[in-house]
Design a protein around this ligand. Structure first.
Ligand code: FES
Ligand SMILES: [Fe+2]
Length: 350
């Protein structure tokens, strides 16, 4: 599907009743975020929310539109409308919009020379890896993740969980997915092994402008219901990259060149809600039904969910003195320092 990088897009203003401070919203709105899976698009407009901005997504003919969910005739939400003749039809007066956001038909005045101002506020977007990414201010300051070689190597089977919205901040969620010291406790019912606690705490760490990277070994365990089979002890070599701000690519290597990759793609819906799109690649277990693999992955991430939805304060405190940090937290400290460096203050308004 085509990108929209060459098309004219809008800069979306700070929304009303925003749960982020204006300062933090301005900083966050200048980044790419994963909005939806391409497979979520149907013959109806799709509703999403990013940073408290309601969005409409739709496939119109061979093209894709991502826009603010607002008809600027009288402010009706386009996601209550429908798709007809490769255009979105507003549910209020039936005005139709094409994939560039231009109004192309006004049913009550078919002869009217439609003002150019009658245009949707379209969002810069790009499709990569079956995910639709968007940036609200049209000028992204971060980069999209790179998923190589797993996307082009046919040895890997890909499977994806449906997007979910969790009741936690994107910051707390990404921090969980870059935290290794919790494996031995949060994941005791799946792969965590209590006497491996020091392994998750000791990792090599590097960083650059857009990424944080960690590498370490972990002795896991697996119960009977794991697709990888019951094992009292299982060596994992883990290599994880955090693509700032809120995406991770984690490679887990087991003996025998078996590799499992986890891509967590997180978007801040609002200050206390985050959407997670989890995508997996695996070069083994090809005889295991995808539903079984997904059920296993879901069980693991729901162990995380049970903790992150309870963390308080919901936002990551950017005053470093507010929480206590151990050596195992060096990656989360780097995340916090990066957030401060780009101008975030960690303020939420409601
Ligand atoms: S509000 Fe959309 S057509 Fe009138
Ligand atoms: Fe976890």
């Amino acid at each position: 599907m085509a990108t929209q990088t060459e098309k004219e897009t809008s800069t979306i203003p700070y929304p009303r009743e925003c749960t982020f401070s204006e300062n933090d919203w301005e900083v966050l709105s200048s980044m790419w975020y994963p909005l939806a899976l391409e497979t979520e698009l149907t013959d109806k407009p799709l509703k999403k929310k990013l940073l408290d901005v309601d969005l409409v997504l739709a496939r119109l003919g061979g093209d894709l539109i991502v826009a603010k969910d607002l008809c600027i005739h009288r402010g009706a939400p386009l996601t209550n409308g429908w798709i007809k003749d490769d255009s979105i039809v507003c549910p209020y007066h039936g005005y139709r919009y094409d994939s560039a956001g231009h109004c192309v038909f006004v049913p009550s005045h078919p002869e009217w020379k439609i003002p150019t101002k009658l245009k949707l506020q379209t969002i810069l977007h790009e499709v990569r890896y079956g995910i639709i990414w968007g940036c609200l201010n049209g000028n992204p300051s971060n980069q999209l993740p790179l998923w190589e070689p797993e996307v082009s190597d046919t040895k890997y089977r890909r499977f994806t969980l449906e997007p979910e919205i969790w009741n936690c901040s994107a910051g707390r969620l990404i921090e969980n997915f870059m935290d290794n010291a919790h494996f031995s406790f949060v994941h005791q019912s799946s792969f965590g092994k209590e006497d491996s606690a020091t392994m998750g705490a000791d990792y090599d760490f590097t960083q650059d402008e857009y990424t944080l990277t960690m590498e370490f070994d972990y002795k896991a365990t697996n119960p009977d219901d794991s697709p990888i089979g019951n094992a009292a002890e299982l060596d994992r070599h883990m290599h994880r990259t955090i693509i700032l701000p809120f995406c991770t690519r984690t490679s887990i290597r087991y003996p025998g060149d078996r590799e499992h990759l986890i891509h967590f793609n997180i978007a801040p819906v609002s200050a206390r809600k985050a959407q997670i799109i989890a995508v997996f690649h695996r070069n083994f277990d090809h005889d295991v039904p995808v539903e079984d693999l997904l059920a296993w992955e879901k069980k693991i991430i729901y162990e995380d969910r049970a903790i992150v939805e309870l963390q308080r304060p919901e936002e990551i405190p950017l005053n470093i003195a507010e929480e206590v940090h151990a050596k195992a937290d060096k990656a989360s400290m780097a995340l916090r320092r990066w957030m401060v460096k780009i101008g975030l203050k960690g303020e939420i308004t409601a």
